[in-house]
Design a protein around this ligand. Structure first.
Ligand code: HPA
Length: 264
């Protein structure tokens, strides 16, 4: 059986007896909140019209529950759909639309990204301050969306303070979304740096745009899995390396995500 929004609401009501206003989308290899209380989980295939998650490091499971027994429940989407998998924009945005229909108002989007700063290290986390859309016009999405500040500045500020207080290292910068699926050439990396990007990935931009045009508050966090530009030039990378580093950085990511929920 597959669930549409209405029947899924009944599943939620039965398992939790509560509504949920916060959702997290986990990018390649990122693991967090694997043990949620009072919750449940469903594979994406059990949600009507959802495609299967095909990319390695994307479990393709939607979980919900409380991060701790006295915390409000959250959604955690383990894996996403990318334009480079051959999906159109509609399928790429299934998660965002589903969360919006369920009443989610706060969306935290994570991804694995290549660092464009020579002094950054694999495993660093970057809070996304702004984004560059290099995924084409289709990611523009809505004429009513005026994307001057797609990320919630006050939320960003509060999270930065909380992470400083707790000694959690967090970089800040601009994310550029490319279509992929190949990684960038050295010339492309230099161009992206010139364009103002600090991290490069293949997701996030359309999700952020659509969530904003729905009036959701949005926060974005990149896990820097590889540093694409070194003092000597460009560095080669592979998807396996991306997934392995993201997995290794997951403990810090979960701590930062926990702070992010509380900073909302
Ligand atoms: N480029 C694009 N996407 C990525 C990278 C990269 O270097 N690393 C992880 N996702």
């Amino acid at each position: 059986m597959t669930h549409d929004v209405q029947s899924f609401k009944q599943v939620l009501q039965a398992s939790l007896g509560d509504t949920i206003d916060t959702a997290i989308i986990l990018g390649s290899g990122i693991r967090a909140f694997e043990n949620l209380f009072d919750g449940g989980q469903l594979p994406y295939q059990a949600l009507s019209e959802f495609p299967a998650a095909t990319v390695a490091g994307h479990a393709g499971v939607l979980s919900w529950g409380r991060p701790a027994s006295d915390e409000p429940a959250i959604f955690v989407a383990r894996g996403r759909f990318h334009l480079y998998e051959g999906h159109g924009l509609v399928d790429t945005l299934r998660l965002v639309e589903f969360f919006f229909a369920l009443g989610v108002t706060k969306l935290i989007i994570t991804n694995a990204a290549g660092g464009l700063r020579a002094d950054w290290r694999p495993g660093d986390l970057m809070l996304i301050e702004d984004q560059l859309n290099f995924q084409g016009l289709q990611a523009g999405l809505s004429q009513t969306f005026s994307p001057v500040t797609p990320f919630d500045g006050a939320w960003v500020e509060r999270l930065v303070k909380r992470c400083q207080t707790r000694g959690l290292p967090l970089r800040q910068g601009t994310y550029v979304g490319l279509l992929g699926p190949s990684y960038e050439t050295m010339a492309e990396n230099h161009f992206l740096i010139f364009a103002g990007a600090d991290a490069v990935g293949m997701s996030t931009v359309p999700e952020v745009a659509r969530a904003c045009s729905h009036g959701m508050r949005v926060l974005g966090i990149s896990c820097i899995t590889n540093v694409s530009v070194t003092p000597k030039g460009a560095a080669e990378t592979s998807h396996q390396e991306v997934v392995d580093v993201a997995k290794a950085a997951s403990e810090l990511m979960e701590q930062v995500l926990f702070e992010a929920i509380h900073a909302a």
